[in-house]
Design a protein around this ligand. Structure first.
Ligand code: ADP
Ligand code: ZN
Ligand code: ZN
Length: 804
């Protein structure tokens, strides 16, 4: 009989896959895309079969241990997409697959240590371990011991195992973990008396301990708590369940906040422009894509809905991607309104278990439409017919860790592989996408707002010369904006005020010596917050109290410079005491569903003035908003990043698009000190193509995308010297490679990143510019050959969205 072998990718930063023997019992399940449990050194991990029937390896291969699912976890199209991603982004295939499946579907074994009686143990760490184990009834997971004793224990445990004082056994990973974490264990039946317990648990002390622990907690406990905090093994719980002493049931589900949003019925008839766009979407061949370039308020959502409806009617499924699910409740409720229970919403507020549930419903074909942010591009929708990316220009479509994929690129590749259509929608398409609309993508336009409503007039208020209201502290407050807000309130209409900086003041400075308070872990100034008061780092979360005196010169005064949303909120409360205010930024939306609550109160008219960061600029459709004020348009204009102008343009155009969406019309006021900057000039004219034309010319020399492709190699580590040394070596290595093969690539750097240190890690980078094809060869080469060097990390970021 011939032996069979499978190649398995593990969710680890490893460049290669491992080969395992397929035992006969698993023969029909160990197929490409299947989840399998495999031994790795002393652990057992869940991995994915990436190839079956591969040649026997040179060394002996270990056996696959289990294949828990009847169906493959990664269907063929997604596996092929993963292969493409791993190659294109230079990321390990295992980590790429890990990013595709819900967290709850991965798992690891735990090693359980049991104390053997009668074997004496020396003192020291070994004594401590044994004492701790005895305190837990003689048995516990090693991980719990490591957590409790805060020391590495493997060596000691191995020694104890050799002399027979402790035995170690591997408990396999819980392949059902995704559902277990959401479950509650409840004691069942009448509690046994103490006497009965002695008999009942005579041979099962661990079970008694767990039983009594749950009893003390009031009779029920989350299953995840049993294995986590309480440190018991799943086996003990299962044993209690088998004996009928414990029932395991589902925890009460989180209330779905989208259920509260009116399931908005879609407008009955598409307009002529919408019809034309729809016909073009329907005519897309398999794998073809289109850009839906429609001004704000032009009715793009209805085009998405109708396109999804047609896909469903043809027996196919669809994916709708949105930048951030919490910020787009309206899109979600429109989809819900149109397709009801066919929709699976994949949002970040879901627990692991709920996400795994939604995932399974899609995988089994019980739901046909997936809506979600970036990672929903991997939703296992069956017979995929359509992928829609709303607000395709948003930076949040790029993943910030390995694999550093862009959902727009992945969507295009997946659509090609599975023969689906692709629609990229935006009022402010990215320069890359609009350039592709000259070749690969079809360009579809919705040039007018619904009902032929005009786009709101935009006035630029030049803060250098405009008359200003005095006594507003650090906030530059023009009379023009002040009057406009007053008038809006008087008419009982609503206003949105954008200030893209949270906190109270941008930074704190000593007027005597000029000292600026910086984060000790990042090279970035600390932001002043007042509620609660303190200095905070927006990159790492570091906090410290507001100082009374200067730490450099002991001067008793400090000055706050720049202003953020907290200060703006205070100013508005003073100037318009009768107005009902709401603030939306990262600080007010940290709890679950807080976005939805704030937006719902604006929608129902309980709020007159909504102020906030870029969060308020996206996708909202409130007809009673007649004024949009941009308090400081310049916050992102001069960041050292080649996309600074494009981002500013998009933000201004998007937020302006929130005004005048109803019959009352609207206007936009933009405060700036750079009214002649092209981002401001073109956004004031609502002219995306005008902006893109000018911006594209600026990207020619020196070349930046789309005139060239980019790869950013990011080197980081705790020691500055080691990082700069590694960056220099890497640059030499690249230069050697370029010279040896005479590759037409420009190498920039090495240089410190603009944000030179984040979270105690120094950061250097080098930038490669060249054609996508040549850079792709370098990435593939580097992915397997970049030597690892201790604590210094090298990250390959292909098509970076930020160079900070
Ligand atoms: P966009 O996403 O392009 O900014 P929306 O899709 O939010 O625009 O549409 C703007 C408004 O126009 C919404 O209130 C929507 O209900 C309405 N609308 C869209 N299409 C139609 C239509 N065909 N008839 C009537 N109203 C429509
Ligand atoms: Zn000072
Ligand atoms: Zn910091």
């Amino acid at each position: 009989m011939t032996e069979r072998f499978a190649q398995v990718a593990l969710p680890l930063p490893l460049a290669s896959s491992y080969t395992y023997r397929i035992p006969e019992t698993l023969g029909d399940r160990a197929v490409p895309g299947a989840r399998v449990v495999v031994p790795v050194r002393r652990r057992e991990l869940i991995g994915i079969v990436v190839a079956a029937d591969v040649p026997a390896p040179a060394a002996t291969a270990r056996d696959l241990l289990a294949a828990p699912d009847a169906d493959t976890a990664v269907p063929a199209g997604l596996l092929e997409t993963a292969r493409w991603m791993a190659g294109y982004y230079g990321a390990p295939l295992g980590l790429t697959l890990k990013a595709m499946l819900p967290g709850g579907m991965w798992g690891e074994s735990q090693v359980v240590a049991t104390r053997a009686r009668g074997v004496r143990v020396p003192g020291g760490l070994a004594g401590e371990v044994v004492e701790w184990l005895e305190g837990r009834g003689g048995e516990a997971p090693v991980a719990a011991a490591v957590r409790a004793l805060k020391r590495p224990l493997w060596e000691v445990l191995d020694r104890l195992a050799r002399v027979g004082a402790v035995s170690l056994r591997v408990e396999p990973p819980d392949t059902d973990a995704a559902t277990l974490t959401e479950r509650i264990a409840t004691l069942a039946g009448d509690p046994p008396t103490l006497l009965e317990r002695d008999t009942l648990f005579r041979r099962a002390r661990q079970q008694r301990r767990l039983y009594e622990a749950v009893e003390q907690l009031g009779g029920s406990v989350l299953v995840s708590h049993v294995t986590g905090q309480l440190g018991f093994t799943v086996a003990v719980l299962r044993a209690l369940e088998r004996r009928g002493l414990v029932r395991i049931g589902r925890a009460e589900r989180l209330r779905d906040p989208f259920a509260d949003f009116p399931a908005v019925p879609p407008p009955a008839t598409p307009t002529a422009d919408q019809q034309t766009a729809l016909a073009a979407v329907e005519a897309l061949g398999p794998g073809d894509g289109a850009v839906l370039f429609g001004v704000t308020g032009s009715g793009k959502t209805l085009v998405y809905l109708e396109a999804v409806r047609r896909a469903l009617a043809a027996g196919k499924g669809a994916i709708v991607l949105v930048p951030e699910i919490g910020l787009t409740p309206q899109t979600v409720s429109r989809l819900r309104g149109a397709f009801g229970d066919q929709v699976a919403v994949l949002h970040s507020a879901l627990s692991d278990g709920e996400r795994a549930d939604a995932w399974r419903l899609l995988r089994r074909g019980e739901r046909r439409v997936a809506v979600g942010a970036r990672s929903a591009v991997f939703a296992p929708v069956q017979d995929l017919g359509l992928i829609v990316l709303d607000e395709e220009h948003e930076a949040s479509y790029k993943n910030g860790e390995t694999p550093r994929y862009h959902a727009r690129e992945v969507a295009a590749v997946r659509a090609r592989i599975e023969g689906a259509g692709l629609v990229l929608g935006s009022a402010t398409p990215s320069l890359e996408t609009m350039t592709l609309a000259e070749s690969r993508l079809r360009l579809l336009r919705l040039p007018e707002r619904i009902g032929a409503r005009p786009l709101p007039p935009v006035e630029l208020v030049d803060l250098r010369v405009a008359p200003k209201v005095s006594g507003t502290g650090a906030v530059a407050w023009s009379e023009a904006l002040d009057e406009a807000i007053g008038a809006t309130l008087a008419r009982r209409e609503q206003a949105l005020l954008l200030l893209n900086r949270r906190g109270y003041a941008a930074f704190l400075q000593c007027p005597d010596c000029g000292e600026v308070w910086q984060c000790p872990r990042c090279t970035i100034s600390l932001t002043v917050h007042t509620a609660p008061p303190g200095l905070r780092c927006h990159y790492c979360g570091h906090e410290e109290p507001l100082p009374f005196t200067c730490r450099a010169c002991a001067s008793p005064v400090q000055q706050m410079r720049g202003f953020g949303t907290q200060q703006l909120e205070r100013l508005l409360a003073e100037r318009y005491p009768e107005a009902r205010l709401a603030r939306m930024d990262l600080d007010t939306t940290s709890t679950k569903w807080s976005h939805q609550r704030i937006l719902a109160s604006v929608e129902s008219g309980e709020v007159d003035l909504l102020l906030g960061t870029q969060m308020i600029a996206k996708g909202l459709d409130f007809p009673n908003v007649t004024l949009v004020g941009v308090v400081d348009a310049d916050t992102g204009l001069y960041l050292p990043d080649f996309r600074a102008a494009e981002r500013t343009f998009q933000l201004l155009a998007q937020v302006a698009g929130r005004a005048g969406r109803g019959p009352k019309g609207g206007r936009v006021l933009v405060q700036t000190r750079h009214p002649l900057h092209h981002a401001l000039v073109w956004s004031a004219r609502h002219d995306t193509e005008g902006f893109l034309r000018e911006e594209r010319a600026l990207r020619e020399t020196p070349p930046y995308p789309p005139a060239t492709s980019l790869v950013n190699l990011l080197v980081s580590g705790p020691e500055e010297r080691a990082v700069s040394r590694r960056a220099t070596e890497l640059a030499d290595w690249c230069a050697g490679l370029l010279a040896k093969y005479a590759l037409p690539v420009t190498l920039l750097g090495p240089a410190p990143c603009p944000l030179a240190r984040i979270k105690d890690r120094w950061r250097w980078h080098l930038l490669l510019k060249g054609s996508s094809e040549v850079l792709g060869r370098i990435v593939r080469y580097a992915a397997t050959r970049l030597p690892r060097a201790g604590e210094v990390r090298v990250v390959i970021d292909r098509d970076p969205v930020s160079l900070l």
